[in-house]
Design a protein around this ligand. Structure first.
Ligand SMILES: Nc1ncnc2c1ncn2[C@@H]1O[C@H](COP(=O)(O)OP(=O)(O)OP(=O)(O)O)[C@@H](O)[C@H]1O
Ligand SMILES: O=C(O)c1ccc[n+]([C@@H]2O[C@H](COP(=O)([O-])O)[C@@H](O)[C@H]2O)c1
Length: 197
């Protein structure tokens, strides 16, 4: 009998827009951990983004689909955008666990900035029981697990991509290019939908 334990990476994000920093992080962790696939999960209502207006969820979902379409290991899930109310990772993990079954190993990928705020997330004890967390380096942020309980998180060095969605949005608003910061199809989608103007 074959060993059917699947190793699933989960890359959650607001993806407004998705950029090459997200894609490189997911690709690198997939390689390091021998993941079978990475599921990108755009947030519904990102409750820790403050007062910054967020683009419609269907636009963020479609940009994520466009950005990941060419990679057979990458998939996109609607679990967070189809759930009403604020997006909590504990719910994301519960939904994906139900979908992938009890045997799947789940690895939740976060950048150094998000990792630093992990203990402010909802129901962290339950969250830590459902997935292993992988914190990745991000230019401008220190990567540390000092504040976290032992064994819940691993730290991974990924190629430095000094890109943020905030910077991409500001560049579009100022009429500057985002070519090569985001995938080509996402550049075209932003123009077609007149996002960030
Ligand atoms: N350049 C990057 N390198 C590594 N990880 C990143 C990078 N950009 C984002 N991430 C991680 O990807 C996840 C989703 O990030 P998010 O969609 O909020 O993008 P962002 O660029 O941080 O957005 P914003 O500028 O709007 O806050 C988070 O865990 C974040 O830490
Ligand atoms: O569970 C929480 O309380 C929680 C709080 C903040 C962020 N998250 C998740 O962290 C991921 C990155 O979020 P963001 O806001 O940096 O795009 C995304 O999957 C969010 O749903 C989760």
């Amino acid at each position: 009998m074959t060993d059917d334990v699947r190793r699933i990476g989960i890359m959650g994000g607001t993806f407004d827009p998705i950029h090459h920093g997200h894609l490189v992080a997911a690709s690198e962790v997939a390689n390091r951990y021998g993941l079978d696939e990475v599921v990108f999960v755009p947030t519904g209502e990102p409750w820790q983004k403050g007062d910054v207006p967020v683009s419609p969820r269907e636009d963020r979902y479609l940009m994520t689909v466009i950005a990941t379409a060419s990679n057979p290991q990458f998939h996109v899930s609607r679990v967070d955008i189809d759930r009403a109310g604020p997006t909590y990772t504990v719910d994301t993990l519960r939904d994906l666990r139900a979908q992938y079954g009890p045997k799947a190993q789940l690895f939740f990928i976060t950048g150094a900035d998000a990792l630093g705020k992990l203990l402010s997330w909802k129901d962290t004890d339950q969250m830590f029981e459902m997935a292993h967390f992988v914190g990745v380096t991000r230019p401008g942020f220190a990567l540390s697990d000092d504040h976290l309980p032992a064994d819940v998180v691993s730290l991974v060095q990924v190629p430095a991509m000094a890109i943020s969605s905030t910077d991409c949005r500001e560049r579009v608003a100022a009429g500057k290019p985002v070519w090569y910061l985001v995938p080509d199809g996402v550049v075209q989608y932003i123009a077609k939908r007149r996002l960030y103007r």
